[in-house]
Design a protein around this ligand. Structure first.
Ligand code: ADP
Ligand code: MG
Length: 688
């Protein structure tokens, strides 16, 4: 007898071609077919009287044949007129047919048809229905349960898919199915077997509406299991990592106290909490792997500085990696402000340094004289040798590419503690699922006395008004960013377009110092410009989106974003975060090219209504979906079979609590669960 664990190729009539096709959608064995759930259902459980049939409905009817005609012309059609006992008629129309088919339809015979009700010149019609000639002894179309319609792949037909899934269901009836969640039934949920049966063949009185809304209890049963499997696979990674041991930092806090006393402000309680959590990790012998998230301007940098102090006091070096040179030099400045007074040596390492400079820095890093090393990716090239690297901080900024960067730890003799900072908040549902393997610190409040940025949407045509606003802002000694969001493919073309805007602004702002910065410029030139802007020597900075991340110039109080409809929510929020950092009331003008798409309109609307990065992140997830936000790095969450983390976020907590119990269970059971749900691990399983 066949078993659920058998490969699908064991199904009679399923060949290697179909096997490959099914493999691509994660179906390797019969059990996987059970988890290939219907997209929708057809209702063939009763006959619909013609006078009750509504346009557009898919219905099953049983009628008597009146007459048959062939319609000659360019396209030869077969017309078959049916009627009920009240003489109401239905016309079956076949746009292609054969002679044999025409002969099948015999006057006064009973026929059953299933199809969509359409309307034609002569009344109700059905085109190419599924039909059975009952008088000729063909079996009925009437079903006891609803009929599933499955998602398809390649050129596999619906009928084939139904047949194969049915084979799996037949075997399911007769054999046990590993169900690790029997305890879920205590929460009134069905068993796994029952849930699958219900979803493939719902009873006629089943609540279809809730199935269509993905809120049916049978679906919830599966969703919780899938979310749990997904989290389990990440938590297992985390557990593995935590088995490594590393340097314990003794928390002395001598330097921290000095720094704290010299700060011109008090830490927010969210910052204090994050520092506390980090210190706890650092003083353990398990390597820290923590994600520090907080809204733009919530003050993540200072938290990172405090972490460095712990490393320094324990004789370890810290490395801080920024995504761009501009940001690396800016971090250099802020770190130097905080740490130089404490006598700490900081080094900057970037790609644009000349050989001599570079060698000096490399020497300091190798000798251990440099206690804090700040840089771009250049930090982790082969030539860089750390003396005693104990802490790695990655200012990941706009990308959530958390894990790739973890390979950097190889620079240390012993796994270093790691802190990853994100530029904008990550929706809670994502941190609970896609980032379940990281510990999380959240800065969920802004420093006090921040004045929220006012956001205005304005048609591109109203540039004149914007020019007036710029003049006013500059007359108050504040500064302006003008962001060109250009979609040109190459940075060269982008630079060219930005140049046009730059000339326009030069002409219209003769008394202001307007300077342009873009990605094509030499790094030194960019740095010089940023420094000049930073110290107020430039009034208006025309920029491409290179400025998007992290830049901190508190005196800038106006941000103009041209063609803002082209950017995503998170990016716009990040850009807007460049203003509102000082004591002045700031404005962000989102200029747009009309007409706006509905989606773009929604985005601009959300930005006008809120400054809260957490709300924006959730909206972004809703509008774009997890796949777009996570990119290719976390296909696990984006490609789930039943669950959808946006839609099913309300079940994440429940899944997590099962996962926490599960992780201490039998290894075999854990693996079985993961293999059932996670495609990547399934293919590994198939090859073994
Ligand atoms: P982000 O989280 O966007 O990286 P930063 O770390 O650049 O934010 O901090 C933004 C600004 O807020 C900096 O000028 C910083 O000095 C200031 N700042 C940080 N924490 C506080 C605080 N607790 N009170 C007042 N200002 C603060
Ligand atoms: Mg920052």
């Amino acid at each position: 007898m066949q078993q659920l664990s058998d490969a699908i190729i064991s199904i009679h009539g399923l060949g290697p071609k179909a096997q490959n096709k099914l493999n691509t959608i994660g179906i390797y064995n019969l059990e996987h077919l059970l988890f290939h759930l219907p997209l929708r259902y057809q209702n063939k459980t009763y006959f619909t009287p013609l006078n009750k049939a509504r346009l557009g409905d898919e219905v099953l009817v049983q009628l008597v044949i009146q007459r048959v005609e062939s319609l000659l012309g360019k396209r030869r059609q077969l017309l078959c007129y049916l009627a009920d006992e009240n003489n109401q008629s239905l016309l079956l129309r076949f746009f292609h047919s054969n002679h044999y088919q025409k002969q099948q339809f015999v006057r006064n015979d009973i026929v059953q048809c299933f199809g969509e009700i359409k309307i034609g010149k002569e009344g109700l019609e059905m085109h190419h229905p599924e039909y059975r000639l009952i008088s000729k002894g063909q079996s009925t179309l009437l079903e006891k349960t609803l009929s599933p319609i499955y998602p398809l792949t390649g050129n596999i037909s619906q009928i084939q898919m139904q047949k194969w899934v049915n084979i799996a269901i037949d075997i399911l009836q007769k054999s046990p199915l590993e169900d690790s969640f029997t305890s879920l039934s205590n929460d009134n949920m069905p068993s796994l077997k029952q849930a699958l049966k219900t979803l493939h063949h719902p009873q006629k009185d089943e609540d279809l509406h809730s199935i269509m809304q993905f809120k049916h209890i049978a679906q919830q049963r599966l969703i919780v299991e899938e979310l749990c499997a997904q989290q389990l696979s990440l938590l297992r990674l985390k557990k593995q990592r935590k088995r490594k041991t590393t340097n314990i930092f003794t928390i002395k806090n001598t330097l921290s106290k000095q720094l704290l006393a010299s700060l011109g402000f008090e830490l927010t309680s969210a910052q204090q909490r994050s520092i506390f959590q980090i210190n706890k990790d650092l003083s353990s012998n398990q390597p820290m792997l923590r994600l520090l998230q907080g809204d733009v301007g919530s003050g993540k940098t200072i938290v990172a500085v405090f972490a460095c102090l712990q490393a320094i006091e324990n004789g370890f070096q810290s490395a801080i990696m920024a995504p761009t040179e501009i940001l690396a030099s800016q971090h250099m400045q802020s770190f130097a402000n905080y740490l130089n007074p404490l006598g700490i040596v900081i080094t900057l390492l970037t790609g644009s340094q000349n050989t001599r400079e570079r060698e000096q820095h490399l020497e300091k890093i190798q000798s251990g004289q440099a206690q804090v090393v700040i840089g771009t990716q250049a930090l982790f090239q082969g030539v860089v040798n750390f003396n005693k690297l104990g802490l790695v901080i990655i200012d990941e900024q706009h990308k959530f590419g958390v894990r790739q960067r973890l390979s950097l730890v190889q620079k240390a003799h012993n796994t270093p503690h790691q802190l990853v900072m994100t530029a904008t908040p990550i929706p809670r549902s994502l941190t609970m699922s896609a980032y379940a393997d990281l510990d999380l610190s959240t800065i969920d409040e802004l420093p006090p006395n921040r004045i929220p940025v006012t956001t205005i949407a304005l048609n591109n045509k109203r540039k004149n008004e914007v020019i007036e606003k710029i003049k006013q802002v500059c007359s108050e000694n504040n500064q302006v960013y003008w962001v060109c969001t250009l979609i040109e493919e190459s940075e060269t073309l982008r630079a060219e377009s930005a140049t046009n805007t730059y000339h326009y602004l030069m002409q219209n702002l003769p008394y202001q110092h307007v300077v342009m910065i873009h990605g094509k410029m030499h790094k030194d030139e960019k740095n010089t410009i940023m420094q000049q802007f930073s110290c107020g020597k430039i009034d208006v900075l025309v920029t491409t989106t290179v400025i998007e991340v992290g830049v901190n110039v508190p005196n800038a109080s106006l941000m103009v974003i041209e063609n803002s409809e082209r950017l995503g929510l998170a990016q716009l929020h990040q850009l807007r975060g460049r203003v509102g950092r000082g004591n002045n009331k700031s404005i962000c003008i989102l200029m747009y090219q009309a007409p706006l798409s509905t989606n773009a309109m929604q985005r601009l609307d959300i930005l006008r209504k809120t400054n809260d990065g957490f709300i924006i992140a959730n909206k972004d997830l809703e509008l774009r979906g997890p796949g777009e936000i996570l990119g290719t790095q976390q296909t696990g969450v984006a490609n789930m079979k039943v669950a959808d983390i946006t839609r099913d976020a309300y079940l994440l907590k429940q899944a997590r609590s099962y996962c926490d119990k599960f992780i201490n269970k039998d290894e075999k059971q854990q693996q079985a669960l993961i293999q059932r749900w996670i495609t990547q691990e399934k293919s590994q399983y198939a090859s073994t």
